[in-house]
Ligand binder design. Structure first.
Ligand code: XIL
Length: 377
């Protein structure tokens, strides 16, 4: 590990910290190495982002300051989902107040925004089930895609157009698929492109990291669907790989060369790649914090080294920048609740917004990655 000290300290924020923080043992120490992830990513042209809620942006200034320090991109965690934007069916206009405020806070602090998400399996408006019919489903989708993309045109450089469309070896049977058929994906992309021709349009999904049958099947399904979209000339520009990593599986079933090859196959289709919702689920790791952090840091290191070796990977977005702001610790999901009752440590920063081994590992991977290939958009 020779790179890090000098190169990680490039940039103004780092310089302001001064040499005092960095002793000879500082290499890879959580306190020093991740001074600013955004700066660590600059040399290779990648961006670093996080999801953010309006509530945490407004009520947790220390967290917001950490987001500004480390990120160049934000994603509304829930505020731009279908149900949030459409409390009432058309002809009522979409409701952009919360999202607009969140984007404005980002813009005032020099952060760009990705949009999440237009057409998904969840987060439907409450009225949806009582209004939708096989006949009007296509119109409801079109109304939503067109009005949402239009509302944020010029402010969102990249939209998750379709979220989590696959399952096993086929399409996830969501309300769109069930009424419109697989063509809903093509239509959603075409409508989004018409509404904002300059926007990067993304298909976002999870569960591709491992050599388990589950993951390998999903990889093959994704590649097959992407090939079809590209062949039909559908305006898709990037794939979002969510990157919700389960720590134990990362140890047992993550094969770097296999994943590297998967990324290359996406890149070969001419698509960009975004690691769009990165976090580490430590449900099966030991209680001891130090031990746990080492294992979590190892997950980040091994995963991101592979990702940043691929020039098509243009950015990484964490799904919550600090442990206390992660959806994993929100308490509403049984599957993320540790048996020992301690909070998980899934994020890059700890619960006090301080760097830890995970962010140090990410910073080094960002620094050492191969430069991003020329962007199509
Ligand atoms: C999650 C949010 O983080 C939670 O606050 C919300 O309760 C449910 O949705 N994949 C996605 C995201 O695409 O939209 C999900 O976000 C996390 C999994």
């Amino acid at each position: 590990m020779t790179v890090t000290r000098r190169s990680l300290l490039r940039g103004t924020a780092a310089a302001a910290v001064g040499a005092g923080v960095l002793g000879p043992k500082a290499l890879l120490s959580p306190a020093a190495a991740a001074e600013s992830l955004r700066l660590a990513a600059e040399g290779t042209g990648r961006y670093v982002g996080t999801c953010l809620t309006l509530t945490s942006a407004l009520s947790d200034p220390a967290y917001f300051a950490a987001v500004v320090k480390h990120c160049s991109v934000i994603v509304a965690e829930n505020e731009m989902k279908y149900g949030a934007l459409r409390p009432l069916p058309a002809p009522a206009p979409i409701s952009t107040t919360a999202a607009d405020l969140l984007l404005t806070l980002g813009e005032l602090n020099g952060m760009r925004a990705r949009g999440h998400t237009l057409v998904s399996n969840t987060a439907f408006p409450q009225w949806f089930n009582s209004v939708v019919t096989p006949e009007n489903c296509g119109r409801l989708m079109a109304e939503h895609v067109t009005s949402a993309v239009t509302a944020f045109r010029g402010r969102v450089f990249s939209w998750d157009v379709v979220n989590e469309p696959i399952t096993g070896d086929g399409y996830y049977e969501n309300p769109w698929f069930n009424r419109i058929g697989p063509g809903y994906i093509d239509t959603a992309f075409r409508l989004a492109h018409e509404a904002d021709p300059a926007c990067q349009l993304v298909l976002n999904d999870y569960g591709f990291e491992f050599t388990s049958a589950f993951s390998l099947t999903r990889q093959a399904t994704l590649l097959r669907i992407l090939r079809g979209l590209v062949e039909r000339g559908v305006p898709i520009h990037a794939v979002g790989l969510q990157g919700h990593l389960e720590a134990q599986a990362m140890r047992e079933e993550f094969v770097p060369a296999q994943h590297r090859d998967f990324l290359r196959q996406i890149a070969d289709l001419g698509l960009a790649i975004i690691i769009s919702e990165l976090d580490v689920d430590d449900i099966k790791l030991p209680t001891d914090q130090r031990q746990r952090d080492v294992l979590i840091g190892d997950c980040y290191k091994r995963y991101l080294e592979v990702c940043f070796d691929e020039p098509a990977v243009e950015g990484v977005v964490s799904w919550g920048l600090s442990d206390h702001r992660s959806w994993i610790n929100a308490g509403d999901r049984e599957k993320y609740r540790r048996a020992d009752g301690t909070p998980q440590r899934p994020a890059l920063l700890d619960g006090a917004n301080q760097p830890k081994l995970a962010s140090a590992a990410a910073a080094v991977a960002l620094e050492r990655g191969r430069p991003v290939r020329a962007r199509v958009r």
